[in-house]
Design a binder for this molecule. Structure first.
Ligand SMILES: Cc1cc2nc3c(=O)[nH]c(=O)nc-3n(C[C@H](O)[C@H](O)[C@H](O)COP(=O)(O)O)c2cc1C
Length: 411
């Protein structure tokens, strides 16, 4: 894949050499086009070394134009990626102007264009920038990120450039068929649905979980190229194509199946509503209604989520917290107590959460959170998988990625 990589004058330009390496690891040819401001943040010498090609920056460079004109560059590109993309370059592209080489290529290319914005959170949330983002998206330009978190300016919020590996994976994904998903080569284990804890041969304790959220998550992970094992409690849903489904009933069976599947897993997402308690003893024959009252003695079920997070080599572990009250407070407590990487909190009740096609969520991690308003479970799952992938790469890096050839340079 031929990528024209535009680098503009944001502080995140220091990540550009890493991004070039990530793109080349995936087999791309990368031609860098820098703006004048970008040269204030990263040297063309470093970028030339990692890209293996002379850097282009000047529209009026006679020698470079003679070798490959701006129009030829625009034709050569399978994708034009701008990362980092400043607020300024977004505005220039929206205006349709072509005052420099990079924006001229953007006007002249028929290839998909993707931008990874990076800027101070106030710049990003400014109405002008948001209006520009909307126009760009409306024109079919892909906006990758930005991420949320601590910023170089010392602030906290939305505006960080996404991790280079995630940008690289997304760009390859955009090219449809040619490329890879965000989780290509990754193994993801998902649990879904309720469990049934038997009382006697005909009765059990269960809950209202339909499994729709977990199934949507498994499907979204497959769409991003992951190898997915879906450990499912009893549900009435079609198996998501491309997943390996392991059907179980009780919490103990789910515990065993999950641990059997977890070896080599990169990410574990526990979406199942596992029973907390089960009857101490399962009565062998159907219990007769002889007495006015009866009581059941219950005992704790195994904690699948905590046991996976506590493994010596634990995958990136994402839990769910389905709560009826104090949702965020309880979820943050669970995140810390169970030592999870991320938790997806959602309110459940008769009119929300369980057994519906839509859902909302607040995702929490150490030092941050992100709210997703109500949307279909499929769309929410897509967003959750992208967020989990972003944090997975940020925390574990691509070194954990099997099948990647790492280009070793002298840096
Ligand atoms: C130290 C410094 C850091 C900057 N960081 C950013 C940034 O992260 N994002 C951004 O949009 N603009 C940032 N700017 C402003 C841009 O550099 C400025 O808008 C410039 O005109 C962008 O030009 P370009 O888009 O052609 O590269 C920064 C400016 C300075 C002086």
């Amino acid at each position: 894949m031929n990528i024209v990589l535009g680098i503009t004058g944001g502080i995140a330009a220091y990540k550009a050499p890493d991004l070039v390496r990530r793109l080349r690891e995936r087999g791309a040819e990368v031609q860098i086009v820098m703006t004048n401001s970008a040269e204030e943040f990263v040297t063309s010498t470093a970028l030339q070394a990692v890209s293996g090609k002379p850097i282009r920056s000047n529209l009026w460079d006679k020698e470079a134009e003679a070798a490959m004109s701006h129009i030829e560059l625009a034709r050569w590109a399978d994708v034009v990626l701008i990362a980092p993309a400043t607020a300024e370059v977004m505005a220039r592209i929206v205006s349709g102007g072509a005052p420099d080489l990079l924006t001229t290529i953007c006007l002249a290319t028929e290839a998909p264009i993707a931008l990874a914005p990076a800027m101070n959170r106030v710049m990003w949330s400014n109405l002008a920038t948001q209006a520009n983002r909307e126009v760009l998206e409306h024109r079919g330009i892909h906006i990758i990120g930005p991420g949320i978190g601590s910023q170089a300016c010392g602030e906290e919020g939305a505006g960080r450039m996404l991790e280079p590996d995630l940008i690289a994976a997304t760009v390859f994904n955009l090219t449809g068929g040619k490329g890879q998903g965000l989780l290509e080569g990754k193994k993801v284990v998902v649990t879904a649905g309720p469990t049934r804890e038997p009382i006697d041969p005909v009765r059990y304790i269960t809950n209202r979980s339909s499994g729709k959220m977990g199934y949507a998550i498994a499907g979204a992970a497959v769409a991003q190229g992951a190898d997915v094992v879906l450990v499912s409690g009893p549900v009435n849903l079609r198996e998501p194509p491309g997943t390996e489904v392991v059907n179980v009933e009780s919490a103990e069976e789910m515990y065993a199946a999950t641990h059997a599947a977890i070896e080599d897993a990169d990410i574990f997402i526990a979406a199942a509503a596992v029973a907390d308690y089960r009857p101490v003893a399962v009565v062998k024959q159907k219990i007769k209604k002889n007495d006015e009252a009866m009581s059941l003695e219950l005992t704790r079920c195994p904690d699948i989520l905590a046991s996976i997070a506590a493994l010596d080599v634990a995958p990136f572990t994402v839990g769910f917290a389905a709560e009826t009250e104090n949702v965020v407070e309880y979820a943050r407590g669970k995140l810390e107590k169970k030592n999870l990487d991320m938790i997806i909190a959602n309110r459940v009740g008769r009119d929300c959460g369980f057994d519906r096609d839509d859902n909302s969520a607040i995702v929490l991690w150490d030092g941050g959170e992100r709210e997703f308003p109500t949307s279909s479970k499929v769309e929410l799952a897509r967003n959750l998988i992208e967020l989990a992938a972003e944090h997975f790469y940020a925390e574990r890096g691509s070194e954990t990625q099997p099948g990647l050839t790492v280009i070793t340079n002298n840096d």
